[in-house]
Structure formats: C-alpha cells, structure tokens
Design a protein around this ligand. Structure first.
Ligand code: ZN
Length: 415
C-alpha cells in the first residue's frame, strides 16, 4: 500500500477531513523539490519479450520497486498488470506481436495508476510473475512467464481469482502449471501432428511423393483408428494442407492438455539404401550424426516458410517446471520404447530405431512427445510402401497398440 493510499484510507469516512487532507497534500507536494521520489511516477524502460507460441517471458525494467497487481480477462484472453503511475519509455518495436502475445497496450488509467495489457493468441497460464531487484545495476525488473494452456485451465485460473478476492482484481500468484489440477473424467488425449504443410512441402520422393501429403493422409487414418477405439480424445494440429509453425504445433498440444503428441514424418536421407522407420525423442545432445541432421532439417521448417525465428527462451529455471519436464521426458522415452517394440512386429525399422535429437516440435514441457519417421522418401521401396494402404494399416496398428499400452499404464484408459 502506498503512503497516499494509507492516508486516504484512514480518513475515508470523514469527507470534510478528507478534503482538507487532500488540500494539505497538494500544498506539501507542490512545495517539495521536484526530485522527491515518492511523488514521481515510476519509470519503466527496457521492455523485452522473448519466447514463442508455447511459452513467453516478459521483462520490464523499473527505476523503483513497482508492486504490480495482475489479473486475467477473457474475450480475448488477456493479462492485465496494474502499476502505480508509470511513465513508459519503451521502444515501439519491442511491443510488436510475437509468439503467444498478439498485442501489447499500456497507459495511464487515472487516479495515479497505470495499466499494461497483454493480449494472447489463445488461453494461457501465468506460471510466474515476480519483481526482482537488479543485481548489477540500480532498479528492479518485473518478470512474467506465460505459457500456452487449455481453455479449461484459463477458466480455472479466472474463477480462482474471483473466488479468492471477490473481484477480478488482485489475483493470487499462480506458481503452478495446470497439470497440478487434472481434469475430472478427462479421457486420454492424443494430438497427432502431420509434419510440414502449406508452403513447407517437406521432403520429395523419387517418384514425386510430397512429404506434407503423405504425413497428412497417414495422420488422418491414424486418427480414425484411434477414435474408433472409443477410449481417447484425438486431435490433429492440422487437418488440411496448411502451414503451421513448429511452436504452434506445441501450443495446440498444450491447448488440448494432450497426454501424447505424435509427430508424423517421412523424410529423405543421403544414403539411398537406408530404409525403415525411426522413433525420435527430444534431447539437447543427439544420439548420432544422422539424427542431428534430421532434427536440423525439421527445425528449418519455420525459416523455409520465411518466418523470422525468435530467440528461444532458455532462461526458465523454475524447479517445478524442471521436475515436470524431467517427468515428461521419462514418459516420452517410455512411449518411444514401447512404440519401437510394437512397430517392429509389423514394419521394417532402421538399426537402433529409437534415436534422439533437438527437435523443436517435441519441446512441450508437459506433453510426452515423439516424432515418427515412417520411412525414407529417398528409398524407392519405402516410398512405394507409404503409398500402400495395407502397409499403412500395419504401421497404424502398431502405433495404436503402443498408444493403448501407454494409456493403460498412465491412466488406465487403454483397457
Ligand atoms: Zn519431415
């Protein structure tokens, strides 16, 4: 509470006294030297937003401690940060939409208060919002970590702020991810991601097959198979020939609170004799040079489409997030191993078929994720198989039974 709030609060029930007090306050303030700190608006500078459509960090520098008050608004999904009166000295370019944030506005809202409004592309959660004293320079910085979430998680955070305060103002610090409150009766949810699309065609086969069409056709058949089991909710990142950024694919998985993300690919390789399927999980260190090259090619998707890559937000060092990430990674590996086991009963795999590398599409912190290279379009036999309905049926059966095993182990939905 500021000095002024404290004083006006104490005399609030006595209008005459209050008027007198205000008059005196004005007198005192006008007679003070211009440098009197407490009478001056805060100064905000050095606005910075980094991240992508799945996760963003916002950092604003202040000359003094800002004591922000934040809350959520829907329609569109917004984060509102209220501050004492603040002069914003920020570059317009730093405010331009990026990643999860589609717009930033700020300004004075009267009564010595200023407001900053971040509009999001979709539902999100505030993982953390903190003010930290700068270590090496004067001043403070406000830091907010915002992650893409499901509509349900956004609504839950919104109702929590109503419950705890009786108004939408003064939201609690939500140092948690949505997974801490699992959805009641939620079915095991699979998001299938057909690789490439739109302007990014992916690899091209010797006989003219285009990867983006092969992955979409396969993914639609896989979706039908999983949906027919009647036990899962199944979603696609794309259902038609459209371009999607890699981080958008991650955001969609989070939006559906997916228990599993399966990204489908069929790339080419320099060695034309190599054939068979591969299952990849994410890792900062690649299992081998070929895996590293494959991840490098897949990660180029955004640049191929002419999209400027944002700096990646690697600063997150929240213990809870790290724990969730590690647990998710273990689940990804467990599913990958099971998938290799089931697929190798039905189709040809390459040597050491579980490999790992730094695929950006597999980086959801809380969604176990694998990328399946069904085969190589650079190999004529593989290309032919990918066009063959009975081969696809066998591959899909293998994936479906691995999903069943994983779901049973995780929440007992696989029956
Ligand atoms: Zn691909």
């Amino acid at each position: 509470m500021s000095f002024r709030e404290a004083m006006t609060g104490r005399v609030a029930n006595f209008p005459l006294l209050r008027a007198l007090f205000r008059f005196c306050l004005v007198l005192i303030m006008s007679s003070l030297p211009a440098g009197a700190l407490w009478a001056q608006p805060l100064k905000a500078s050095g606005y910075k937003m980094v991240g992508d459509a799945a996760r963003m960090r916002l950092v604003i520098q202040f000359d003094r401690e800002p004591e922000p008050n934040w809350f959520l608004l829907r329609g569109p999904h917004r984060l509102v940060i209220d501050l004492p009166e603040t002069n914003f000295a920020v570059k317009a370019g730093d405010l331009k939409a990026r990643g999860l944030i589609s717009g930033v506005r700020y300004g004075n809202i009267g009564e010595g208060k200023s407001r900053l409004i971040l509009t999001s592309k979709g539902p999100f959660e505030v993982e953390k919002l903190d003010v930290v004293k700068n270590e090496t320079e004067p001043g403070y910085r406000l830091m907010a970590d915002i992650v893409a979430a499901s509509e349900r998680q956004f609504e839950a955070a919104l109702s929590l702020q109503v419950e705890t305060t009786g108004s939408t103002h003064a939201a609690p610090k939500a140092d948690r991810l949505g997974k801490a409150t699992p959805r009641e009766g939620k079915r095991f949810t699979v998001v299938i991601d057909p690789g490439h699309g739109g302007i990014d065609g992916g690899a091209e086969g010797l006989n003219g097959s285009v990867e983006k069409s092969i992955t979409l056709a396969f993914a639609l058949e896989l979706k039908a198979k999983l949906a027919a089991a009647g036990k899962y909710d199944v979603f696609m990142t794309r259902e038609k020939d459209e371009f999607l950024r890699l981080d958008e694919r991650v955001r969609i998985a989070r939006q559906h609170e997916a228990d599993l993300l399966i990204s489908i690919h069929a790339d080419t390789i320099r060695l034309k004799d190599i054939r068979g399927a591969t299952v990849y999980t994410v890792s900062d260190k690649a299992s081998d040079a070929e895996a590293e090259a494959t991840a490098g090619r897949e990660n180029l998707s955004d640049q191929l489409a002419g999209i400027e890559l944002e700096e990646e937000n690697h600063e997150v060092s929240d213990i809870l997030v790290d724990l969730i990430r590690r647990e998710t990674h273990n689940f990804s590996i467990r599913f990958a191993r099971s998938l290799v086991g089931e697929l190798s009963n039905n189709i040809e795999m390459i040597n050491n078929p579980h490999r790992f590398a730094g695929f950006r599409v597999l980086r959801a912190p809380d969604v176990p994720s694998v990328l399946v290279e069904l085969g190589y379009l650079s190999n004529p036999n593989d290309e032919q198989q990918l066009q063959d309905a009975s081969w696809r049926g066998k591959a899909i059966d293998g994936i479906a039974s691995a999903v069943g095993l994983f779901a049973t182990a995780k929440i007992g939905a696989g029956g």
